[in-house]
Design a protein around this ligand. Structure first.
Ligand code: PEP
Ligand code: MG
Length: 324
């Protein structure tokens, strides 16, 4: 990291007119813990639990998982850690759980798998809740939710795990629960979903892919994959409005939050926090500290008048340059 960026590590992530935009880290590997803490992250906004599952040759058991999760919660406490339940399928494969499908991104992935296999889901939730005993910095995040029915099913299982652990004499608490907004149907139901949970977190990697019908990993259509597309920006605004109508915080944990041009727009929309890879965190903090909320809002207004992502990007880059 450059000296210049390191010098702002311990300074608050706030705009020049005093609006806080807390920055969290995305992690998944135990080796990510140190760089995340070193980057000055206020916590973990997305802990991808796929990694501890990928590096094994079978599903890790409850106790095995508990130890991994506890290490992460311990390293960051008292800072919050948002742990996402297993999100395999799509582009994330487990060698010991092969899935053969014509359209993996539209198929069996994320919460769809774990609702079909409640034993996998329950073991993971139990492991997380037990890992959280004494720290109480855990929040749960549900991936690939596409309907209220799926959310309700997941909530029933989470409450069941909590109740059963209490009956077993474990001193567990019910953590905050959030939903990932990454399927377009949830954009249009953000208001309704926000009523049932404690927070929303937008997964712009998948949301962009599904809104624009562009495979996030296909180089041939990579030019069409653009998170600054006006439709994506409008979707994000709708999510913020839906969440805030019920007083629930909303964050962005997709790669978009680590893009300086996009981060300004996300701040202007009123996103309550951003979660980025530890390698982009200080750069984004620098961006936040270089603008006023007033400026971010007026740049967003300007962007919303534009039809082409490349013009939006140009305008944002010009603003970044003006600010030094
Ligand atoms: C996303 O979809 O934006 C996201 C953060 O999750 P993942 O990249 O793990 O699918
Ligand atoms: Mg995703």
């Amino acid at each position: 990291l450059s000296e210049g960026l390191l010098s702002i590590r311990d300074l608050p992530s706030e705009t020049t007119d005093g609006f806080r935009v807390p920055l969290y880290a995305n992690t998944g590997l135990v080796s990510d813990i140190r760089p995340s803490i070193h980057s000055g992250a206020e916590g973990v906004g997305l802990y991808r639990t796929e990694f501890p599952f990928m590096i094994r040759d079978r599903f890790p058991g409850e106790e095995e998982q508990r130890q991994v999760y506890r290490q992460v919660l311990e390293a960051f406490q008292p800072r919050p850690v948002v742990m996402r339940t297993l999100d395999v399928g799509g582009d994330k494969a487990l060698p010991y759980f092969p899935i053969q499908e014509d359209n993996p991104f539209l198929g069996w992935r994320g919460i769809r798998i774990t609702l079909d296999h409640p034993e996998i889901f329950l073991a993971q939730i139990r492991a997380m809740m037990k890992a959280n005993i004494g720290y109480n910095n855990l929040a749960l995040l549900l991936p690939m939710i596409s309907s209220v029915g799926e959310l309700d099913e997941a909530l029933v299982l989470i409450h069941r795990a909590h109740r059963e652990l209490l009956e077993e004499g474990e001193q567990v608490i019910l953590p905050a629960i959030g939903v990932m907004v990454e399927v377009p149907s949830v954009v249009f139901q953000a208001d309704r979903i926000a009523q049932s949970v404690d927070f929303l977190s937008v997964g712009t990697n998948d949301l962009t892919q599904y809104l624009l019908a562009v495979d996030r990993n296909n180089g041939r259509v990579a030019e069409l994959y653009e998170s600054l597309h006006p439709a994506v920006l409008k979707a994000l605004i709708q999510v913020v409005e839906g969440a805030h109508r019920h007083g629930k915080p909303v964050s962005v944990c997709g790669e978009m939050a680590g893009d300086p041009a996009a981060a300004i727009l996300l701040a202007g929309m009123g996103m309550d926090s951003l979660s980025v890879s530890s390698s982009s965190l200080l750069r984004i903090k620098w961006v936040v500290r270089s603008i006023s909320m007033q400026q971010a809002r007026s740049l967003l207004d300007e962007a919303l008048q534009m039809d082409r992502p490349e013009l939006i990007r140009e305008r944002m880059n010009a603003a970044l340059e003006e600010n030094g």
